[in-house]
Design a protein. Structure first.
Length: 203
């Protein structure tokens, strides 16, 4: 479980590195562009920048608090929000910048093709999903380790090997002999003199 979470984190680092570098230049380019569909969406730039910040922060916190069961929920939530923001930005850019052939140049396509959309923008979405998976697995592993530790501590304080924990050696609860103790029958107690006399009279 921890191993798979580590693989997810490493893969997320690769995806985020690629996405952050490319989208950093894209943010600068879009900020200077005059595309109407982009300038009308005033929410795009703040959400885009928030996504670029939240995902790396979630990744770092997830790696730092991987053995903290409850604190591990924080990077998971940050990754979820960052993933949602990245997906919204990718869809907005996909609608605003459709792919089209540049008439001034042969075999040159402008806008976002499917491949450009995947490696430039959806890579950050995939990274966010991987961070969430890693946080979930680390949290589950921490929970299992805590439960195992509590069980071990319980066994150290209480002997559960099957032996009698409490025994009253004096009282027979009014019986002439002790009852069976886990299949081992206790020897009969010798009756008092008065009891033996009463028993003979009864016979």
């Amino acid at each position: 479980m921890r191993t798979f979470a580590k693989v997810c984190n490493i893969t997320a680092i690769v995806f985020l590195t690629i996405a952050t570098v490319i989208q950093g230049f894209a943010v600068h380019a879009v900020g200077k562009s005059n595309v109407t569909a982009l300038t009308e969406n005033r929410w795009l730039m703040p959400v885009w920048i928030a996504a670029l910040v939240l995902l790396p922060v979630a990744l770092v916190l997830g790696m730092l608090f991987k053995k903290k069961e409850r604190i591990n929920l924080l990077p998971l939530l940050l990754a979820a929000v960052g993933t949602l923001f990245s997906l919204l930005v990718a869809l907005a850019l996909w609608n605003a910048l459709p792919s089209q052939v540049n008439l001034n140049s042969i075999n040159q396509t402008q806008g976002l093709t499917v491949w450009r959309l995947i490696y430039r923008h959806l890579s950050s979405v995939a990274a966010g999903v991987l961070v969430m998976v890693a946080c979930h697995l680390n949290g589950k592993a921490s929970r299992d380790e805590r439960i195992q530790h509590e069980n071990d501590m319980y066994k150290e304080h209480y002997d559960l090997s099957g032996k009698v924990l409490f025994k009253d050696e004096e009282s027979t609860i009014g019986l002439n002999q002790y009852g069976e103790d886990f299949g081992e029958k206790k020897p009969a107690r010798r009756l008092k003199r008065s009891q033996r006399v009463a028993q003979r009279k009864g016979e």
